[in-house]
Design a protein around this ligand. Structure first.
Ligand code: G3H
Ligand code: ZN
Length: 285
């Protein structure tokens, strides 16, 4: 059994890679990549992906079973949930970590709703991530200028009791070019003052060197979604464009799965290398 919880994973690693999946083969690829790298990872499913499937349980159970069978520690995480009923359902299904995303609400409402969700989740032993300073890029908006204020972040954590905080530091969701410039000085100031691990969303738009620098500045959870989807889609497109007689989905899904597994392994080496904690799987001690 390699299904684990976020607190344990973050105890072992200075920073962890968290990858979004939409369908089964992408989830399999993320676990395969983590196994190839010999590193723990987070397998996350967003509320948007749940909406695509029409319900949470089939995808969540698949992720939980993949984690169970993995040879490396895997956390299953519900990502960007705005619907409290969905959070409660995930907790009931045994998902050990959730992000409650009320960053779009007025701040007092964000605090109040997040505090209530955190209380319920903690009663069930579930880890809670929240967001302050809306990270751009969803719904087409590209707003890399948004920044989280340090004092606001400290106050938000105290008022809500969350376990991790997603902060706006220059990244933006759904980027297909890895050229976002992060504010590492702000990350350093947030990491010094905020009492919980910091989460970098929209990491698809950040180059390897930017991810490495962000971790050195204090980022602990690196969320990557669009990039792994793009790798899968490009690999599938390449197979389909070379042979118009293909009808068996396994033919192209195998190519997509294998490409994503290699890229996840490579990214995990970037995230973990130089940042591994003594005692973590893969460390030399
Ligand atoms: O919550 C998920 C991440 O923030 C993924 O963002 O698709 O831009 O990498 P991304
Ligand atoms: Zn995100």
């Amino acid at each position: 059994m390699a299904l684990t919880d976020m607190a344990s994973l973050l105890r072992d690693y200075r920073a962890v890679g968290a990858f979004n999946f939409v369908q089964l083969e992408l989830a399999e690829a993320i676990v395969l990549g983590a196994e190839e790298a010999g590193a723990g990872a987070v397998l996350q499913l967003s509320e948007n992906a749940v909406r695509f499937h029409g319900s949470l349980a089939p995808a969540a159970y698949a992720a939980l079973r993949l984690a169970d069978q993995a040879s490396t520690p895997i956390v299953v995480h519900l990502d960007h949930a705005t619907d409290e009923a969905l959070v409660d359902e995930a907790i009931a299904l045994g998902v050990p970590s959730i992000m409650f995303d009320a960053a779009h609400l007025p701040e007092s409402e964000n605090v109040e709703r997040t505090r209530e969700v955190a209380q319920r989740a903690h009663t069930a032993g579930v880890w809670v991530e929240a967001e302050l300073g809306e990270i751009g890029g969803k719904g087409g908006a590209h707003t890399p200028g948004v920044r989280t204020n340090v004092d606001d972040a400290v106050a938000f954590c105290a008022a809500t009791g969350v376990d991790a905080l997603a902060v706006a530091v220059g990244s933006s969701h759904a980027m297909t070019h890895r050229d976002a410039q992060l504010d590492n000085d702000l990350i350093r100031r947030l990491a010094r003052s905020v009492p919980v691990p910091l989460v970098l969303h929209g990491s698809s738009g950040v180059a390897d060197s930017g991810i490495d620098a962000a971790i050195r500045a204090g980022m602990r959870k690196i969320n990557i979604g669009t990039h792994v989807s793009a790798v899968m889609t490009h690999a599938v497109r390449k197979v389909l464009s070379t042979d118009s007689t293909i009808v068996d989905p396994r033919t192209y899904l195998a190519a997509g799965r294998s490409a994503v597994a290699s890229e996840v392994a490579r990214l995990l080496r970037v995230i973990v290398e130089g940042h591994i904690r003594v005692g973590a799987p893969g460390s030399t001690s």
